[in-house]
Design a protein around this ligand. Structure first.
Ligand code: UT7
Length: 323
């Protein structure tokens, strides 16, 4: 049996940091409210002219360096993003050229905050069936470009960044399983109400594009759904929750992360948390957290990691990984 194995991780955060104190000057909010309700203290924001592709480029290079591979070794690139540089060509296509890869398959996947797990799931399948040996999988977002800075309910939540992994075919596990899901029934609870074929609003800033979210309702569905996917993932692998060494969750809200950690019976120091410093970076949050935990030496080879995410769509997904 062929598995895919993570052989390198990388990430990138823009230089500019926006603290809660900075936000207090922009909207009617307080550092205390943001920390209590979300766990966020600060987030990184792209510089003028800096794009999703720029961040993805740096994260990908770092992942390739960590993996010890050359551009010519990569034979698939998949990028999870909701905030591509252009409508088309895909940001993955732009990256293929910029990274100096061969003319390998390149695609963007839009699954909102679950984008990286969707991308990883697809790349894993390509490797399992033998259509690729090494894949570059990235989650990158300049999600603050979709933020209405006058809306205190959303502007305090988001941040920008990118994370990447290189996965390679291996006889040993590896990625043990991936699960992806979507249900568009409640699309109106989280997303934008403008777009290419529905049209944009004339004369509005950012062509009227801004994230709209009924936070409270999303929160409840997220906690319930993530609990279900933990069960689904463990059951599919015939594993018990005590078999999981690390939870690497989507970083939307510390209260949601803690609820999932409790569900797994994991002590707090076995849950990777970056939301306090990164905010919600959408598709970038899981690979960013993974890379940080790997580079800090927390995560060791041979340990079992549960990656999970929930986001607009709704979409949700998981990956169980023997690192
Ligand atoms: O990444 C994709 C998935 N997204 C998520 O998982 C996000 C899920 N949702 C959440 O994380 C939380 O619902 C939020 C952090 C967005 C909001 O927290 P909450 O505890 O659900 O607050 P709420 O929306 O119920 O609002 C409570 C109060 C309201 O005031 P009233 O009506 O009680 O007077 C809001 O107007 O807090 C008020 N509020 C704020 N106050 C200060 C909302 N935003 C702010 C703010 N500063 N920034």
């Amino acid at each position: 049996m062929t598995y895919s194995k993570i052989i390198g991780t990388g990430s990138y955060l823009p230089e500019r940091i926006l603290t809660n104190a900075d936000l207090e000057k922009i909207v009617d909010t307080t550092d205390a409210w943001i920390q209590e309700r979300t766990g966020i203290r600060q987030r990184h924001v792209v510089a003028e002219g800096e794009t999703t592709g720029d961040m993805a480029f740096h994260a990908a290079q770092r992942a390739m360096d960590a993996a010890g591979v050359e551009p010519g070794d990569i034979d698939l690139i998949i990028l999870g993003t909701t905030t591509p540089d252009l409508i088309f060509p895909s940001t993955a296509s732009l990256l293929q050229h910029r990274l100096g890869l061969r003319d390998v398959g390149a695609m963007d996947v839009n699954a909102a905050c679950t984008g990286f797990l969707y991308a990883l799931s697809i790349a894993d399948k390509f490797i399992k069936v033998g259509d690729a040996r090494r894949a570059l999988v990235i989650g990158a977002e300049s999600i603050t470009s979709l933020v209405d800075w006058e809306d205190r309910q959303t502007c305090v939540l988001f941040g920008d960044g990118a994370g990447a992994v290189v996965i390679e075919a291996s006889d040993e596990p590896g990625i043990l399983s991936t699960h992806i899901h979507a249900n568009g029934e409640h699309a109106g609870l989280l997303g934008t109400d403008v777009g290419v074929s529905r049209g944009f609003r004339e004369g509005e800033k950012n062509a009227g594009i801004a994230i709209q979210m009924k936070g409270n309702e999303v929160f409840k569905v997220a906690v319930r759904t993530l609990s279900r996917i933990v069960d689904e993932t463990l059951e599919a692998n015939g594993m018990d929750r005590s078999d999981v060494d690390w939870l690497i969750p989507h970083q939307a809200n510390l209260r949601i992360i803690s609820a999932t950690g409790r569900k797994l019976g994991l002590s707090e120091d076995r849950v990777i948390v970056t939301v306090d410093r990164h905010g919600n970076t959408s598709a970038a949050s899981v690979p960013l957290a993974l890379d940080e935990a790997v580079r800090s030496g927390k995560i060791q080879r041979g340990e079992t990691l549960l990656l999970e995410a929930f986001g607009g769509g709704f979409t949700w997904g998981s990956a169980l990984v023997r690192y």
